[in-house]
Design a protein around this ligand. Structure first.
Ligand SMILES: [Zn+2]
Length: 238
């Protein structure tokens, strides 16, 4: 027989715990999925996909590709939104994609060159945010389908000269939303055309597909095998 006073304490504590749990649940950031896409948005789900296939792991490029240079524009205000979007300058790609990029880096290093990354894996919530700021699907992925960046299978990048750290001259700066950024734009000096071709040839040879409207954007050929993800960078560091 429980003493009535003790019973009261237990009930009060249980109510308090319930209230605290409800409060913390309400404070958890909500992950929006307004178009009902098949999205991996929790760590347990993400870990399950890795157990099913190791290629699903998102790999930190700084740790896995020696000498790679990051210029993660969305972690700064130097991007088309004019404000920092990412909490940290991190570049992640799926294991199989990062492995291909490593081969490209090793090849470029033999020529005194290397890769510079502007963007890689992008959580789906960021794609929703981009579309609100710039609703033009020529340059910003539609949130109805999500971006290949959301799948950890797309990368925005250029080539730099290792000794000087200077980028090779390309048709436009990164995220220049004009016709000059397109792969077929030809009204450029020969050296610029050659630089764009150098990047394109080496990427294509290692399983990437160019995007017509952006010289800096490449999709990994097997992107369809990877789900859209909405896991924040700080959740990935486990
Ligand atoms: Zn891109």
């Amino acid at each position: 027989m429980i003493h009535p006073a003790l019973k009261k304490v237990i009930l009060t504590s249980a109510t308090l715990v319930f209230l605290l749990l409800t409060l913390s649940w309400l404070q958890m950031p909500k992950k929006e999925n307004p178009y009902g896409l098949d999205i991996i948005s929790t760590l347990p789900d993400y870990r399950r996909t890795i157990r099913e296939n190791g290629s699903n792991q998102l790999v930190d490029l700084e740790k896995s590709i020696g000498g790679i240079v990051l210029d993660m524009r969305y972690a700064t205000s130097n991007n088309f939104t004019g404000q920092p979007i990412y909490p940290a300058p991190k570049a992640y790609l799926r294991k199989v994609v990062a492995d291909s990029l490593l081969k490209i880096q090793l090849e470029l290093q033999k020529k005194g060159l290397g890769l510079k990354i502007f963007d890689a894996y992008r959580p789906y919530s960021v794609t929703l945010k981009f579309f609100k700021v710039y609703p033009d699907t020529n340059f910003v992925a539609s949130p109805r389908t999500g971006s290949r960046h959301n799948r950890g299978c797309a990368v925005d990048l250029t080539i730099l000269e290792t000794s000087s750290g200077k980028e090779l001259e390309m048709p436009t700066p990164f995220d220049d939303f004009t016709v000059k950024a397109s792969q077929s734009y030809r009204n450029l000096p020969d050296r610029v055309l050659q630089n764009r071709k150098l990047l394109r040839d080496i990427m294509v040879r290692h399983g990437f597909e160019p995007l017509e409207s952006e010289w800096w954007h490449y999709d990994f050929g097997g992107w369809r095998n990877f789900k859209i993800m909405d896991i924040a960078f700080d959740e990935l560091t486990y």
